[in-house]
Structures are given as structure tokens and as C-alpha cells.
Design a binder for this molecule. Structure first.
Ligand SMILES: *Cc1c(COP(=O)(O)O)cnc(C)c1O
Length: 406
């Protein structure tokens, strides 16, 4: 007898479809079209970029925010603001997007990679081993929104006086204990690229409570002359920092356009719903996959409340050959499963970062990447659509495993 949903007509959902941009954005964009006021520093106050910075900082509970052209730009400016000397060593996880080691190279520093475990989180033993006196900064990349043990990482780094930058590109809405991810380190960086929780096409933002770091980043992002005066939360401490850095720093021009801010701002009120639905969707799929012997969806850490828009899971008991068959069969059935280490030139596999001066050897991370699967679950998917994805994954794994048993 056939499983009720495994008939020929089921159509897997398009997991690359974005949620529509809220209507309120149309009016804001139309007003900009009328005025032509697209540059953040033309208006003396209340430019959309400035308002986005204020609203974002308030939402996250941080003192300052700086909106820029991408999360990569935010990471680069963060490293520059830390005043790291040329060739400084920066510790980053071995499982992240290529943009992260790239931002380190861009800042004339050397990325040092540490192992990441089967649960996609930083391996604390290797992290501690590599956190020696040669490390001048740490970027914790919460890859796919998986939070590493931030309590332990912050205490190890604080003990050595090493600054921590959080790459929270994919973690907007995630909390650790009662704190927002991105507010635990000295600086938190977020992305507004289309596959993230707030879709600006492109864009990024950094948050910090440190006026000295933000003042430098604002100037280097392209606040030439006295444009820093147009930044909203310009309290006396920040003003003193701006005055200190006036004319002292290069201008990299990584600003955000008012157009991007106008598209992003009306999505902020949607964030809570997106986070809630994303987590419910993820947990529904995780429960179904975990009930099947061939899948393991690692649990979140106890302090972590996640905000996922995708799911990652490990394949258990499958040989290389079977993993390849599983990947082909799911694709044939209409569900694209990315196995990080197996697709050609994957930007999340560290061995493809050939631009690094030293090719790292991370056997644990490599083993994880060779079987860890990634499926997008945009927050607007319905339970019926999620179940089609689950059915295809489970049936494909069952078929592949049945052939070997026979
Ligand atoms: C998307 C992403 C980035 C890069 O963000 P951009 O805004 O495209 O530069 C960096 N790190 C992680 C973990 C990401 O998910």
C-alpha cells in the first residue's frame, strides 16, 4: 500500500522563494523616487538609513548601530576598528561562509581556523588549544544560526583580553540565555542579503556598545568630513570619539543606500513572526527526521533559542556511496539537499578557500562537512509543504538503505 502523500502529484515547494516585501515599503520607496534623496548623508536628519540604525539598535538592545553595504563589510570594518596590526592572527571557525576568512584577509590579517563538531558548533577543546598569545581577535561565526557555547567562549576570551566579533549574519532573532545573539561580543554583525531574516537584497549592520569602535567604523564606512554628526545616537562619549578620529582614518565607502533601508525598515515589525514561524517549521521537520533511523538533527544548546530558516542534519549509517545515492534521489524527487563537502567548489568547505596562505587541516570539520545536509525552509512554508519535504527525505533514505539490505 502506498503512503497517502507519496503519489505522483505532490509538488515540493520552491524553497528559494522570498516572502513578499511589506506594502509599507512601496510608499517609502515611492517617496525616495520622488525626492531622489538616495544618499544617506544628504538629509540633515532622519534619513531612512539613520532611522534603521536607531530602530535596529533599540530592537537588539545595543547602544550603537552602523548600517553598511553587507555583513562582510561589517566584519571588515570591525577588524579595522579593533586596530589590529598587519598580519595579526584572527581565530575563526572552520565551518563558515567564505566571506568570513575573506574579511580577515581583506583586513590584512591571517585567519586561523579551529575545528567545528558534528553539531555544527565550535569544538571548544580545539578553540582553547588555538587561543594562544598570538591570537589578537576572534570571529565567532554562528553558521546557519547555530550558536556555539558563548558563555565558555566569552569567558576564555575575556580572561586573555581578546576581543570577540560575532558573525550573526544568519542569527537575527536568536537568543542565548536572556541575551540577543550579536550583543555578547564587543561587536555583532548582521546581514540583510535576501536569504537572511530581513531581506534588503544586499546590506549589513553592525552593533556595539563601544563608542571608540563605532566611531572608527562610521568614519571608515564613508562618513567623510563631519557627516558623523548625522548619526542619531551621537551622545557626548561618541562625539568625543568622532573628534579623536577625525581625519585619522581611510574612507572605504561601504555605506548603505536609503533605498535598501526603505525596504528593510518595514520588515522589522515582521521579525517576531518570522522567527516564531521559522522555529516552529524547523522543529516540525526536526521531529519527523529524528524519528527516522537515518537522520540526526543535533539539538540546540540549552541556553540557545534559535531563529532558523533552514535545517541541517547528519546522515547516520550511510557509506559514501549511499550518501551520493541519497543526494541524487532527493534531487530527482524535487528536494535539493546541499551536502556541504560534496558539491563542487562549495563556499562553505574550507578546502575550497584556496586564497588562504596556509591550507588548514581540520579532520573533524572535514568529516562533518562530508555528511552534513542543508535544506532551506523559508519561514512562510505551510505544514503540508514541510511534510512533502519530510516525506521525500525519509522515503529517499529508506529506499537507498533498503537496496543495501537486500
Ligand atoms: C550570509 C552570511 C555572511 C555574509 O553576509 P553578506 O551580507 O552577504 O556579506 C557571513 N556569514 C554568515 C554566517 C552568513 O550566513
Amino acid at each position: 500500500m502506498e503512503h497517502p502523500s507519496s503519489n505522483q502529484t505532490r509538488t515540493p515547494p520552491n524553497v528559494h522563494q522570498s516572502e513578499p516585501i511589506p506594502d509599507a515599503a512601496r510608499a517609502a520607496v515611492e517617496a525616495l523616487m520622488q525626492s531622489g534623496d538616495l544618499f544617506r548623508y544628504t538629509a540633515s536628519e532622519n534619513a531612512p538609513v539613520t532611522l534603521l540604525e536607531q530602530e535596529f539598535a533599540t530592537h537588539l538592545g545595543s547602544k550603537y548601530a552602523l548600517a553598511v553595504s553587507s555583513c562582510s563589510a561589517a566584519l571588515f570594518l570591525s577588524l579595522k576598528a579593533l586596530e589590529l596590526p598587519r598580519d595579526a592572527r584572527v581565530l575563526i571557525p572552520g565551518f563558515t561562509f567564505a566571506a568570513v576568512p575573506s574579511s580577515v584577509v581583506h583586513a590584512d590579517c591571517h585567519p586561523v581556523l579551529c575545528e567545528v563538531g558534528e553539531n555544527y558548533r565550535i569544538d571548544l577543546t580545539d578553540f582553547q588549544d588555538k587561543l594562544d598569545d598570538t591570537i589578537k581577535a576572534v570571529i565567532v561565526s554562528h553558521m546557519r544560526g547555530h550558536t556555539s557555547d558563548m558563555t565558555e567562549i566569552m569567558s576564555l576570551c575575556q580572561a586573555r583580553g581578546i576581543p570577540v566579533i560575532e558573525d550573526a549574519a544568519h542569527s537575527l532573532g536568536t537568543t542565548w540565555g536572556n541575551k540577543n545573539i550579536g550583543t555578547l561580543g564587543q561587536i555583532g554583525c548582521f546581514s540583510f542579503q535576501s536569504y537572511k531574516m530581513l531581506n534588503g537584497g544586499e546590506g549589513g549592520i553592525m552593533i556595539s556598545d563601544d563608542p571608540n569602535l563605532i566611531a572608527q567604523a562610521v568614519i571608515m564606512s564613508g562618513a567623510y568630513e563631519h557627516n558623523w554628526q548625522k548619526h542619531a545616537s551621537c551622545d557626548s562619549e561618541l562625539k568625543a570619539a568622532f573628534e579623536k578620529w577625525q581625519n585619522q582614518l581611510p574612507l572605504y565607502n561601504l555605506r548603505m543606500s536609503n533605498l535598501a533601508a526603505a525596504v528593510i525598515r518595514p520588515q522589522l515589525p515582521e521579525l517576531e513572526r518570522r522567527v516564531r514561524d521559522g522555529l516552529a517549521n524547523h522543529d516540525h521537520v526536526a521531529a519527523r527526521l529524528n524519528a527516522c533511523d537515518y537522520f540526526d538533527v543535533p539539538a540546540p544548546l540549552p541556553q540557545e533559542k534559535r531563529a532558523p530558516d533552514s535545517i541541517q542534519f547528519n546522515l547516520t549509517g550511510m557509506t559514501d556511496e549511499l550518501i551520493t545515492q541519497f543526494s541524487a534521489l532527493t534531487a530527482a524527487n524535487g528536494v535539493k539537499v546541499q551536502i556541504f563537502g560534496r558539491s563542487e567548489d562549495n563556499a562553505r568547505a574550507f578546502w575550497n578557500w584556496k586564497f588562504l596562505p596556509n591550507q588548514p587541516d581540520l579532520p573533524k570539520t572535514r568529516a562533518m562537512l562530508m555528511q552534513a545536509c542543508d535544506v532551506r525552509l523559508p519561514v512562510q512554508l505551510t505544514e503540508a509543504e514541510l511534510d512533502i519535504i519530510c516525506d521525500i527525505l525519509i522515503e529517499s533514505a529508506t529506499q537507498v538503505m533498503a537496496k543495501t539490505a537486500a
